[in-house]
Design a protein. Structure first.
Length: 203
């Protein structure tokens, strides 16, 4: 009898917790949506409505089966748009400014007041002068020094920034070019930041 009573109480507690979590989740979603009221609605729309890739990655918790991952990478590779000029490396000095700039990536930023930044240091170590950086992504320090500056590397880096899902399904990295966060020209400046021998990244 005690065992049955204990199980009944436990079941009631679990049900209560689930209800509270569900209610809390709904409240959190409401707060989240209201937070964009005076902020960047374009960003909010991308967050609120998942595309096929985001939905698949959510479904598989960012670890899709091999065949699904291959399908994602193939579909996203088809979205890559390279500069018509064929020039993939811009000015590393401009790239450094973009890497430092977080404008447009915060929900409180207003829409389209000036070009977005990349906020690259939020996730990566890049130049040694920057002593504060994130570690979600790999260190990019000496990237060009280790890999060279050839056309194949330039194309890879441009594509990785434009749409990282094209080479790694369910990547944590934002699809900067695909989602229009950065322009093609801005991406060429970031390519230069990583590859140009004169960039502080490669010193």
């Amino acid at each position: 009898m005690k065992t049955i009573l204990s199980l009944t109480v436990a079941a009631g507690l679990i049900a209560g917790c689930v209800t509270q979590l569900s209610d809390g989740g709904q409240r959190a979603e409401q707060v989240f949506r209201e937070s964009f009221t005076h902020g960047n609605r374009q960003m909010a729309a991308r967050v609120e409505q998942q595309d096929e890739v985001q939905a698949l990655c959510s479904l598989y918790r960012n670890e899709p089966p091999r065949e699904i991952a291959a399908r994602i990478e193939q579909s996203q590779a088809a979205t890559l748009r390279y500069p018509a000029s064929g020039k993939l490396m811009g000015d590393w000095r401009q790239g450094e400014k973009i890497a430092q700039d977080g404008y447009g990536l915060r929900f409180t930023d207003p829409d389209a007041k000036r070009p977005n930044g990349g906020a690259c240091y939020n996730c990566h170590q890049i130049a040694p002068q920057e002593i504060s950086f994130g570690t979600i992504g790999p260190s990019l320090y000496r990237f060009g020094k280790l890999r060279g500056q050839g056309e194949a590397v330039q194309k890879y880096v441009y594509g990785k920034i434009y749409n990282p899902e094209s080479s790694l399904a369910c990547s944590n990295m934002p699809r900067f070019g695909h989602n229009g966060v950065l322009t093609g020209e801005q991406i060429t400046h970031l390519v230069a930041l990583l590859l140009d021998p004169d960039s502080p990244v490669n010193k």
